[in-house]
Design a protein around this ligand. Structure first.
Ligand code: NAD
Length: 298
């Protein structure tokens, strides 16, 4: 029998992810509050559900791809998806949300007799469309095993990171490394420029030395050294600064909750929040090099 999937949240990411499930032969019942998102999904073969709960009531697997933890918890709450679903339904939340909210979502699913997985992604809209996302999953091994065939349709890699919330934890820890390292690389380029060192010379040395990192060698924040980096197309994303600001905000919440002395992670969250609200609103996160340059007295 065909697996029936309820897909709630058919936005930039959820729309193409649901379309890939349809292409792979799954029956997908979709819902989104925004009619244009729902209509686009229906175009790609998703069946229109009257409501999220109606979709969940007939599904084997319920996938959510929503903006934030409050959306997930409200849909999992009273008179929501968990109550509507048949006992033992598998809930897979692919949204990027607070670790604490994710753990609460797992607890709510367990309390209503369901199984659950948090499975946030990296790879962006391009990866969602191409089916090449990376999933970072948290939850019981059996839940991960059951979700794996669907994840392998929507992505190219799925890592089981541990118990409920571990996927979210992996996502924010990785992106904290990325945010901090992008700022460090950007500051180094601005310092180099002020010392009369060319961008290319710094790149040639650091990319072959201990400063080497993804922020330098793949997403290089200055134009020239890496022709495919967003800096060469006026910082068109790529990985948009507001999404980095969001993820660093989630990391900052977890840092504070855990009492972690992470000065750079917290500072990166502040710098990206400011950048994303201003010039960075529609730029790749590597555009922060321009904010650093602009704020410098060189
Ligand atoms: P989006 O805003 O485009 O899509 C979210 C959708 O959820 C919207 O269409 C919205 O109408 C819908 N929605 C909200 N509440 C709902 C409800 N109660 N019922 C039904 N639908 C509801 O966001 P997105 O870019 O698709 O991102 C989704 C998640 O994936 C976010 O958590 C984001 O952080 C994460 N993410 C995004 C990217 C990216 O590049 N866009 C990359 C990795 C992770």
């Amino acid at each position: 029998t065909t697996t029936t999937v309820a897909f709630i949240g058919l936005g930039h990411m959820g729309g193409p992810m649901a379309a890939n499930l349809v292409r792979a032969g799954y029956r997908v019942l979709g819902h989104d509050l925004v009619e244009s998102c729902l209509a686009a999904a229906v175009e790609s073969g998703v069946e229109r559900a009257k409501s999220a709960t109606e979709a969940a009531s007939v599904a084997d697997v319920v996938i959510t791809m929503l903006p934030a933890g409050r959306h997930v918890l409200s849909l999992y709450g009273p008179e929501g998806l968990l109550e509507a679903a048949r006992p033992g339904t598998l809930f897979v939340d692919c949204s990027t949300i607070d670790v604490a909210d994710s753990r609460a979502a797992h607890a709510a699913a367990a309390a209503t007799g369901h199984r659950s997985l948090d499975a946030p992604v990296s790879g962006g809209v391009v990866g969602a469309e191409a089916g090449t996302l990376t999933f970072m999953a948290g939850g019981e091994e059996a839940a991960f095993a059951e979700a794996e065939p669907l994840l392998s349709v929507m992505g190219k890699k799925a890592v089981h990171c541990g118990a409920g919330g571990a996927g979210q934890a992996a996502k924010i820890c990785n992106n904290m490394i990325l945010g901090v390292s992008m700022i460090a690389v950007s500051e180094a380029f601005v310092l180099a420029e002020s010392l009369g060192l060319s961008d290319q010379a710094l790149y040639d040395v650091a990319s072959a030395a201990s400063g080497q990192c993804w922020a330098l060698t793949v997403n290089c924040p200055v134009p020239g050294p890496v022709p495919t980096s967003p800096a060469n197309r006026d910082y068109r994303p790529g990985f948009a600064a507001p999404l980095m600001a969001k993820d660093l905000g989630l990391a900052a919440n977890a840092l504070r909750a855990g009492g972690i002395d992470a000065e750079l992670g917290l500072r990166a969250a502040e710098l990206y929040a400011r950048f994303a609200e201003g010039a960075g609103a529609d730029q790749d996160f590597s555009g922060i090099v321009r904010a650093i340059r602009a704020a410098s007295n060189t």
